[in-house]
Design a protein around this ligand. Structure first.
Ligand code: FE
Ligand code: FE
Length: 210
């Protein structure tokens, strides 16, 4: 184990941790994409895979700027979070429930990354590495945006769909379809479906024969 004597040593150590984490995440995202049922969630995982590859390149630039080799140090934290996510994927879950679980698991990963990049940025600021700060800030904003998108997907109906479980396939469109439409349209339309039901039925009884 390398000696850690100052903040620079800690910065390098933490960079190696997140560098390893990002590599593991690029391996996990395609599996999460495959397990997801919702097209919007699949798209979200695709986009974040591309972003994550860019984040790895940014970390390599940072190692370069700091004149350090780009090395990985096993990130037990992300490893654990990803393992928990995989366990969920192996369970025999209803698709809507699995989608909710995938979002939860992805958000835990994003929160880990947000904590890591926030801390790294602060260390780099203290050490006066302005270019490094800018690169870390870019990634931090991507992770925050991803977390917010995941929240939007969950709130647009995925959790609701999971709550409905198996018996949602009669009558109205399913919760999944509703939230997918809501995400595409930019606003939720959950309220309107119940509002229109009052008028239609009364007329039938009035039209009876004499
Ligand atoms: Fe990342
Ligand atoms: Fe991320």
């Amino acid at each position: 184990m390398a000696a850690m004597e100052d903040l620079r040593d800690l910065l390098i150590d933490e960079l190696r941790d997140i560098y390893d984490a990002e590599h593991r995440i690029t391996k996990a995202l395609p599996k999460m994409r495959k397990a997801a049922g919702s097209e919007d969630l699949k798209e979200g995982f695709d986009l974040h895979l591309q972003e994550t590859e860019g984040q790895i390149e940014r970390l390599e630039q940072i190692f370069d700027l700091l004149d350090e080799p780009a090395k990985r140090k096993k990130c037990e934290g992300i490893l654990g979070l990803l393992e928990e996510g995989e366990e969920k994927m192996e369970e025999d879950a209803h698709q809507a429930v699995l989608d909710a679980a995938l979002i939860a698991s992805a958000q835990k990963v994003e929160h880990y990354e947000i904590a890591a990049y926030g801390t790294l940025r602060t260390y780099a600021q203290l050490l006066g590495h302005d270019e490094v700060v800018a690169l870390l800030e870019e990634t931090l904003q991507e992770e925050k945006a991803t977390d917010e998108k995941l929240t939007a997907l969950a709130e647009a109906g995925i959790n609701e769909a999971a709550a409905q479980g198996e018996d949602d396939d009669n009558e109205e469109e399913s919760g999944i379809q509703r939230w997918a439409a809501a995400v595409r349209g930019g606003s939720t339309s959950r309220r309107t479906s119940s509002g229109s039901s009052s008028g239609g039925r009364a007329t039938k009884k009035g039209a009876k024969k004499k």
